[in-house]
Design a binder for this molecule. Structure first.
Ligand code: MTE
Length: 403
C-alpha cells in the first residue's frame, strides 16, 4: 500500500503524480461550478511526502514550538497546543484562496519540460480558514531586534529534511496581511491532506508558504534553509535550464529569485478546451472564468479577445469576497468572521462575458487576460523557467463548432 492510503479522497480528484505522494486537482469545470468556496474534497492537494498520521488524541497533544533560534531572538518563547491558541488569542475566520506556484504549469511543460509536474488551471481553491492571527502570536512571544525572518516547519518527513519556509518578520507581524494559524477549514477540522491538525495559511502568496502539519515557528536572522525553500519555489532566470537548476548550491539559488506574492492570472472555465459549440448563431453564450492577483491586490479589469489579441473587450467582474460580511455564520464554530477591516483581496474573483454564438464560431480562440491594481498585466508571452512556476501568460481556449 501507499504510505497514506488511510486518507479519504474524492474520486473526482485528478492525480497529477504517481500513487505517492498525493498531488491532485479537480477538473476545472468541477472546480468552477462549485462557486466561490471549494468543498474540501475538491480542494487541490500538494504534498511532498507522506501525510503524517494524526489521531484525535495526538491532535489534542500536538504542540507548536514558537521560539528564537541560536541567540535569543524573542523574550517569551512558548510551546502551544491548539487549545492554548484558542484560549490565548482571538479566534478568526477568513476566506482565503490558495494557489500553487505550479498552477498552469502544463502549458509550460508543453513548450519545454520543466522540473515540475503538470498542473492544469485548477491548482487553486478557496476555503474558510479558522484559527488565530499569526501577528497576534508573534506579538505575544515578543521578538527582539535582529529577528528579521520567521521560519516555519512542518511535521512531514521528506528525504531532504522537514518541509519549511520563511517570511520576512516585518511582513508577518502586520495583521493586515492576514496570515493565520488555522485548525478549521470550511467549519470543520482540517483534513489530513490539508495539514491536520494545524497549518499556516498565507493569503496572496504562493501556496508553498502555507506550511501544513505545523510544528515549529522560529524567529531567525536568516531566511529558511529548508531544502524546498532554498532549491525550489523560485522563478529562476530563463537561461537556467532544468539540468543546471538541479545542481545544488549554485549561484542561481539567489534570494532575489524567491517567489512570495502570486502574480496576476486568469483562466477560462466555460467553455472547456475543445468543447463543441452548439446552439443557433443568434443565441448568446456566456464565457466565464476566474482571475486573481497576489499580495492582497485587487483585479481591476479582465479583458477578452476573440481575435488573438488584436482587440480586447471588457468582461464583468464579480468579487464575492466583498459580500462576505453579509453571510450568516455561527460564532461558536467560526469565531469572529474577519476581513481584518480589510482593503486587501485574499480571494479569487470571477468574470463573465456575453457573446453571440455566431461571433464565437468565427473566432480562432477565446483569449483572456487580467490586470491588477498595481497595473500588472498578464503577458502575451510565456516566461518559461526551470521550476515551471508562476505561468501567467494569456489564457487561451479553442473550441469546435458544428456547422
Ligand atoms: N506543508 C508541508 N508540511 N508539506 C508540504 O508538502 N506543500 C506546500 C504547502 N505546504 C507542503 C506544505 C505547497 S507547495 C502547497 S501549494 C500547499 O501546501 C498546498 O496546500 P493544500 O494541499 O492544502 O492545497
Amino acid at each position: 500500500g501507499t504510505p497514506d492510503q488511510w486518507v479519504p479522497r474524492d474520486p473526482r480528484m485528478v492525480r497529477l503524480t504517481g500513487k505517492h505522494p498525493f498531488n491532485a486537482e479537480a477538473k476545472l469545470n468541477d472546480l468552477y461550478s462549485q462557486g466561490f468556496f471549494t468543498s474540501t474534497n475538491l480542494f487541490f492537494v500538494r504534498n511532498h511526502g507522506a501525510v503524517p498520521k494524526v489521531d484525535a488524541q495526538m491532535a489534542r497533544d500536538w504542540k507548536v514550538e514558537i521560539s528564537g533560534n541560536f541567540v535569543r531572538l524573542c523574550d517569551n518563547p512558548v510551546t502551544f497546543t491548539i487549545d492554548d491558541f484558542r484560549k490565548s488569542f482571538e479566534v478568526v475566520t477568513v476566506p482565503i484562496t490558495l494557489v500553487c506556484a505550479g498552477n498552469r504549469r502544463k502549458e509550460q511543460n508543453v513548450v519545454q519540460k520543466s522540473l515540475g509536474f503538470s498542473w492544469g488551471a485548477a491548482g487553486i481553491s478557496t476555503a474558510l480558514f479558522t484559527g488565530v492571527r499569526l501577528a497576534d502570536v508573534l506579538d505575544f512571544i515578543r521578538p527582539k531586534r535582529g529577528a528579521k525572518h520567521v521560519v516555519f516547519e512542518g511535521g512531514d518527513s521528506l528525504p531532504n529534511g522537514p518541509y519549511g519556509t520563511s517570511q520576512l518578520a516585518s511582513w508577518a507581524r502586520n495583521p493586515r496581511h492576514g496570515m493565520i494559524l488555522a485548525w478549521g477549514m470550511n467549519g470543520l477540522p482540517l483534513e489530513p491532506d490539508h495539514g491536520f491538525p494545524i497549518r499556516l495559511v498565507v493569503p496572496g502568496q504562493i501556496g508553498g508558504r502555507s506550511v501544513k502539519w505545523l510544528k515549529k515557528i522560529e524567529l531567525s536572522a536568516i531566511e529558511s534553509q529548508h531544502h524546498l525553500h532554498f532549491h525550489d519555489n523560485k522563478v529562476l532566470p530563463m537561461p537556467v535550464g532544468p539540468d543546471q537548476a538541479r545542481a545544488e548550491k549554485s549561484w542561481w539559488y539567489d534570494p532575489r529569485y524567491i517567489i512570495r506574492d502570486l502574480n496576476v492570472n486568469s483562466a477560462v472555465a466555460c467553455p472547456d478546451h475543445d468543447e463543441i459549440l452548439k446552439g443557433n448563431v443568434e443565441d448568446m453564450y456566456t464565457l466565464r472564468g476566474y482571475a486573481y492577483g497576489g499580495g492582497g491586490r485587487r483585479i481591476t479589469r479582465v479583458e477578452i479577445s476573440l481575435d488573438e489579441g488584436t482587440t480586447w473587450e471588457l468582461a464583468e467582474i464579480q468579487y464575492p469576497e466583498d459580500q462576505f460580511r453579509e453571510f450568516a455564520f455561527d460564532d461558536a464554530i467560526y469565531g469572529k468572521v474577519d476581513l481584518t477591516d480589510n482593503d486587501q483581496c485574499f480571494c479569487w474573483s470571477f468574470w463573465s462575458f456575453q457573446v453571440t454564438v455566431e461571433r464565437l464560431g468565427e473566432s480562432p480562440a477565446i483569449v483572456v487576460r487580467a490586470m491588477d491594481e498595481s497595473l500588472a498585466l498578464q503577458p502575451r508571452d510565456m516566461y518559461w523557467n526551470a521550476t515551471g512556476m508562476m505561468n501567467n501568460w494569456w489564457f487561451r481556449v479553442c473550441i469546435h463548432h458544428l456547422d
